[in-house]
Ligand binder design. Structure first.
Ligand code: F6P
Length: 330
């Protein structure tokens, strides 16, 4: 099979800071090899509707520092149907797209795999703030989202400290706790609750806060991953059991915005170029992954079978730091 001559690029699912530099790198690497690029708006929904435009090297000037995605993104219901999928594959054929770069998370990769089964040559680039993909050590957007959350929690600590309050903060991550754990450790949270670990509120949170209290620590940060839920109920129980006032903050979509930081720009650049290299070769149905700090490509089907596990060492470290106050003798 000859290398691609006309590459389509789309972003799909939740946006992540760093999608733009990935688009830029792919477009620049392609155009420098005389490969034409087609921008597809709003992910698979746009592909089905033929919402496309020619993307030139100058279209991507200066986009690396911009958050969001210049290609827009969407979660398409139609694409999940057999008919929608077939339509998307037909549009690729009609437009002469002989290679498709799909930037996004798990759902995006699953869509790309389905398209590849209908004869479209695909390559996936992992981008999600959740960092929850088993195939790769890193997904574009994670580091920027962490820093956004850490900055916000530092501010919550200022006001929490002034009022002797417990700040209960919900951090994004869908069903995964990687973002919450990382942010919790970095922000010095007294406790971090994750969907991957059973919550023992009394032991993991209330006891830790009581112990801190006895030693004069009257303000605390409790990070709860969104996959755990019950933030308000936990906050109420903490207040009742510790006597400290609590306030709940749901960080929400602020974590998805903002200019990508250095790590995300560089990862995006490396992955974007690699994706084009894959499409220039004979390879098909691949995804770009980070492994041992390097960027590689692997089979998309295999990638989707891999599960991401929580960093147990980080989890243990977090707990040991937080339980350093001596136990209360009753
Ligand atoms: O996958 C990224 C993410 O921000 C998750 O952390 C969150 O659960 C989800 O997307 C929210 O999705 P939506 O934009 O569809 O509300």
């Amino acid at each position: 099979m000859a290398g691609a001559q006309r590459i389509g690029i789309l972003t799909s699912g939740g946006d992540a800071p760093g999608m733009n530099p990935a688009i830029r790198a792919a477009v620049r690497a392609a155009t420098s090899a005389n490969i034409a690029c087609i921008g597809i708006r709003r992910g698979y929904a746009g592909l089905i509707n033929g919402d496309v435009f020619e993307l030139t090297g100058s279209d991507v000037d200066g986009i690396s520092r911009r958050g969001g995605t210049i290609l827009y993104t969407a979660r398409s219901q139609e694409f999940r149907t057999e008919e929608g999928l077939k339509k998307a594959a037909q549009v690729c054929k009609y437009l002469g797209i002989d290679g498709l770069i799909c930037i996004g998370g798990d759902g995006t990769f699953r869509g790309a795999l389905e398209l590849s089964r209908l004869g479209v040559r695909v390559v996936g680039i992992p981008a999600t703030i959740d960092n929850d993909m088993g195939c790769t050590e890193y997904t574009i957007g994670f580091d920027t989202a962490c820093n956004t959350a850490i900055e916000a929690i530092d501010k919550l600590r200022d006001t929490g400290q002034s009022h002797d309050r417990v700040s209960v903060v919900e951090v994004m991550g869908r069903n995964a706790g990687h973002l919450a754990l990382y942010v919790g450790v970095a922000a010095g949270a007294s406790a971090v609750l994750l969907p991957e670990r059973e919550t023992d509120l009394e032991h993991d949170v209330i006891d830790v806060i009581r112990r801190g209290n006895i030693h004069g620590r009257r303000h605390h940060i409790v990070v709860i991953a969104e996959g755990v839920g019950y933030v308000n109920s936990y906050a109420r129980q903490i207040e009742e059991s510790t006597g400290l006032e609590t306030r709940v903050t749901v960080l929400g979509y602020i974590q998805r915005g903002g200019a990508p930081n250095g790590r995300d720009r560089v990862s995006a650049a490396m992955m974007g170029v690699r994706a084009v290299d894959v499409l220039r070769s004979d390879a098909n149905s691949r995804v770009i992954v980070a492994r041992n700090g390097r960027f590689e490509d692997m089979d998309i089907e295999e990638a989707l079978t891999m599960e991401r596990t929580l960093d147990q060492e980080m989890y243990d470290a977090c707990f040991r730091i937080n339980t350093s106050y001596p136990k209360i003798r009753h």
